[in-house]
Write a new protein. Structure first.
Length: 197
């Protein structure tokens, strides 16, 4: 697949054909593509946790525990078991979930924000590679992803953070047509040096 075609054609796909598994070889190709993302000072701060089969239970348990904690905090404990079940099921929406975390360098010359930017670039590489292999993928985030319980579930250190939960599988539908506002609306050209203040 040609690069610009992949960039323009990639879409977030959140529904997958359960009967079509993703092979370990395909997953390794996705991770290899992610590993070639740029990083400031060549720190390569991205880390990947691949959840398949029963391994997705780790994410399921975290989703359920976070939902229960939030329900108790807000006093909305009616139908608590149904809420736990519904939230726990999220981990099984795809045959593969790749949790992407950032492990920032301790080098004082490295900016923490740049480490996050690098990890996000790795996620984009992963998404483009999934599209190139004919797989569907969606980048999930939201409040549960950054909750302390989720961080603990993935055994992250105090300085590490999750930046993405990427759900991957064989798409069960055609990708929707993409739309973007014209790029010309988002560009500012500076062709001359600024005048004196």
């Amino acid at each position: 697949m040609e690069l610009f075609e992949a960039i323009r054609g990639r879409r977030s796909i959140g529904k997958f054909a359960a009967e079509l598994p993703v092979s370990r070889e395909q997953i390794e190709r996705l991770l290899e593509a992610a590993n070639w993302a740029p990083s400031h000072h060549a720190t390569e701060p991205w880390r990947f946790t691949v959840l398949t089969g029963g391994g997705r239970q780790l994410l399921s348990d975290a989703y359920a525990a976070i939902a229960e904690e939030e329900a108790k905090r807000t006093g909305q404990t009616e139908n608590l078991e149904e809420l736990r079940r519904k939230q726990a099921a999220k981990a099984f929406r795809a045959p593969v979930v790749i949790a992407v975390s950032v492990s920032p360098s301790a080098d004082p010359h490295v900016q923490r924000a740049e480490e996050f930017a690098a990890a996000h670039a790795a996620v984009q590489n992963l998404l483009l590679a999934a599209h190139a292999l004919g797989l569907g993928a969606i980048w999930r985030s939201g409040a549960p992803m950054v909750h302390p319980r989720m961080k603990a579930a993935f055994e992250l250190s105090e300085t590490e953070e999750l930046v993405a939960l990427v759900y991957i599988g064989a798409p069960d539908r055609e990708a929707p047509t993409g739309r973007r506002r014209p790029v010309s609306e988002k560009i500012r050209w500076l062709d001359e040096a600024p005048g004196p203040n």
